[in-house]
Write a protein that binds this ligand. Structure first.
Ligand code: NAD
Length: 354
């Protein structure tokens, strides 16, 4: 028997082709009538489509969401919310835009509706992040869970392979960590397993056949399940390392997850044999760490730290930063072993236990 505690998050999801068209009706049900739309500058054309769809219920478009949610952007968006007297935000985009909606929910208590267009999975977690003075602070608070998430696979049809591959593997990391991080909660791990299976089979099709709407829908569902497992599960050494590289060396978020994941799985393999066996089955491979690295190659995604802007002399500093404070992880973490892991990841070597 496996004793466990489980606390769900207040998810509310509409999923389907053309789900975007249901936004006015869903807003009506929620009784919101002064909507501020959030996008990145690159996705503002879509933001304009939404403001048009909402008509008089839209009070404006804030199109300056950027990666890692800088506090300056949050302050600017807060002023916009207040001056326009918005009663909710609709964030359309990837993790950066969802992250801005979450930050506004945290600071102002304003409800957020997420319309994800990448596979970041952030909309399913209660994790927020804000960057101030070059340092990204993160935390968990259920207030940042979107009041509604609307998934429309059509909105991902133009996601280019170079973004889709790493983004899908960012989602994969959320699920894999929750299968290979020691004590397993059966609800979280079953969600994670379904995510791994769905992502493993859909991502190669997304990259090979960008117009395949079934594969796009499966990848979006896989990302949602993966985010759900992270939202109700744990993080471990893998997230610590990704946070270190993103925060201190400004590496791209999804690509950092892509490169490090196989090495972190190999690092923990001996202590998580049950999880590894289930991961192998879900991925249909004999050795999951290698399977994850091979999947990255198939997707044309990076497999080494040197491909994403790291130079060899950064590795010592990264190992120091990552091991400065204790980290939740099934295998014991030491500076020496982390340094070895990083060496393998730097050169894109086959992932092995160190
Ligand atoms: P992103 O949101 O920055 O998007 C990457 C780029 O793709 C952007 O330029 C965006 O405009 C563009 N884009 C988005 N959708 C597109 C589409 N359909 N077609 C074409 N271009 C499109 O990157 P991301 O990887 O989605 O998110 C990364 C951010 O999310 C990081 O800041 C990370 O910390 C955060 N994140 C948070 C959580 C969480 O639980 N809090 C989880 C995962 C990621």
């Amino acid at each position: 028997m496996n004793n466990f505690d489980y606390k769900a998050l207040p998810w509310n999801i509409v999923f389907g082709v053309d789900a975007l068209q249901r936004l006015p009706e869903e807003l009506g049900k929620l009784q919101f009538c002064r909507v501020l739309v959030l996008t990145t500058y690159g996705q503002r054309h879509r933001g304009k489509i939404i403001t048009k769809l909402l008509g008089s219920k839209s009070v404006g478009l804030f199109d300056r969401a950027v990666m890692h949610v800088p506090i300056e952007t949050v302050r600017e968006a807060m002023e916009t919310v207040e001056s326009l007297r918005a009663d909710c935000t609709v964030s359309l985009g990837g993790g950066s835009t969802t992250g801005l909606g979450k930050a506004l929910a945290l600071k102002l208590g304003i409800p957020n509706i997420a319309i994800p267009t990448t596979y970041a999975g952030s909309e399913m977690t209660n994790i927020w992040g804000i960057t101030e003075n070059g340092h990204k602070v993160t935390g968990r608070d259920d207030i940042v869970v979107p009041t509604l998430t609307l998934y429309d696979p059509k909105l991902t049809l133009d996601l280019p392979a170079r973004v889709a591959g790493p983004s899908g593997l960012n989602a994969m990391a959320q699920a894999v960590v929750n299968l290979t991080s020691g004590a397993l909660n059966p609800i979280v791990s079953n969600m994670a397993l379904a995510a791994v299976h769905t992502l493993t089979h859909s991502l190669p099709v997304v990259v090979a056949e960008p117009d395949n709407i079934e594969a796009r829908a499966d990848a979006l569902l896989g990302a949602s399940l993966a985010g759900g497992s992270l939202g109700t599960g744990v993080t471990s050494l893998h997230h610590r390392l990704c946070h270190t590289f993103g925060g201190s060396f400004n590496t791209p978020h999804a690509e950092t997850h892509t490169v490090l994941l196989p090495h972190c799985v190999a690092y923990n393999a001996a202590k998580t044999t049950g999880g590894i066996a289930r991961l192998a089955q879900a991925m249909d491979v004999s050795e999951p760490a290698r399977g994850l690295q091979q999947l990255a190659r198939t997707l044309g995604a990076p497999t080494s730290l040197r491909e994403i802007g790291i130079v060899e002399r950064d590795l010592d500093k990264a190992a120091d930063i990552a091991t400065q404070t204790p980290v939740n992880n099934p295998e014991s973490v030491s500076r020496d072993r982390v340094r070895k892991l990083l060496d393998n990841a730097f050169f894109g070597r086959e992932p092995v236990a160190v």
